[in-house]
Design a protein around this ligand. Sequence first.
Ligand SMILES: NC(=O)c1ccc[n+]([C@@H]2O[C@H](COP(=O)([O-])OP(=O)(O)OC[C@H]3O[C@@H](n4cnc5c(N)ncnc54)[C@H](OP(=O)(O)O)[C@@H]3O)[C@@H](O)[C@H]2O)c1
Length: 337
Amino acid sequence: MNSIETTRLGTDGPIVGVQGLGCMGMSEFYGPTDTGEALATLERALELGVTLFDTADVYGLGANEELVGPFVRAHRDRVVLATKFAIERRADDQHYRGVNNDPAYIRKAVDASLHRLGLDVIDLYYMHRRDPQVPLAESVGAMGELVAAGKVRYLGLSEVTGPELREAHAVHPIAALQSEWSIFARGVERSAVPAAAELGVALVPYSPLGRGFLTGAFADAGQLADGDFRRHLPQFSGDNAAGNAELVAPIRRIAEQRGATAAQVALAWLQQRAEVHGLTAVVPIPGTRKRSRLEENLGGTRLVLTGEELAELEPIAGRVAGRRYADMSSTADAREV
Ligand SMILES: NC(=O)c1ccc[n+]([C@@H]2O[C@H](COP(=O)([O-])OP(=O)(O)OC[C@H]3O[C@@H](n4cnc5c(N)ncnc54)[C@H](OP(=O)(O)O)[C@@H]3O)[C@@H](O)[C@H]2O)c1
């Protein structure tokens, strides 16, 4: 398998492979984890040209940063490590989620992430969620100070609106916007993607496979293990699941016709939407715990969908029943009018 192509994040950000790897599921949220296979998946990804590895302080309450740290240190000059701050959890209440954008909190969070990762610098540091109680300029200003202090190389934001991205970029250059973007989830195309295209900010689509649902890997959250985070997501449960599972049929049909897989079609679709919007770069970060799926997903970088195929996929998002999260209060959608 040949190495994938590269692209630049932001106007002067790092050069990365055109597909990254989401590491979240290696520690939490999507069923049982296997450290040996996870570490082998990280190594295989790098061999195949993946260089952007995505984690967050909140994944596994720090365990995911601890998992990827030794891998990053072993390949320090080749890996672009992205992590995030802002979501607070409590060890004694697995459902609790708070959002904190306070400058003092950010200064503590970065040191804690550096410590868990065993690094002296984070390549790309994202604000994971926006807390409207704290002026954005203050938070991004504090993030910029981390760059000046040499603790962080580049800045990113996650789940922000177009106007918020513009406001932040005026305080300090933003290299990447990470938001949910897939055949099922296209709210980001309203204001954030056009702003990113105009500013030269790269898009890093998260959950590009609709958390696995777009691949047909499961058709109802009831099929998932107890404790799987997806059991609480409205699109995959109750009355919504059956209708949404039918929406996946065209993706699978196109895949069959092209001798590809549904995951590859979903990833190729994103690259082509990026062209429509004039984005300088789009680097999806499909998440997987397994080498076989990583290799399959990288095949998506070599697939080009026809106009007819794109037209068939176009109406799907508008027909999806249910919201992306049970609680949408900290998403960009909640602040978009
Ligand atoms: N910024 C944010 O708020 C935010 C939110 C969510 C996620 N993220 C980041 O984005 C990354 C990706 O998102 P995600 O993991 O939520 O969703 P995703 O990439 O859309 O889907 C991941 C799920 O799909 C399965 N999968 C992967 N490749 C597959 C294939 N070829 N065929 C069938 N199933 C496949 C994975 O299972 P296996 O592991 O078994 O392959 C996993 O259950 C995360 O790892 C995380 O780093 C960020």
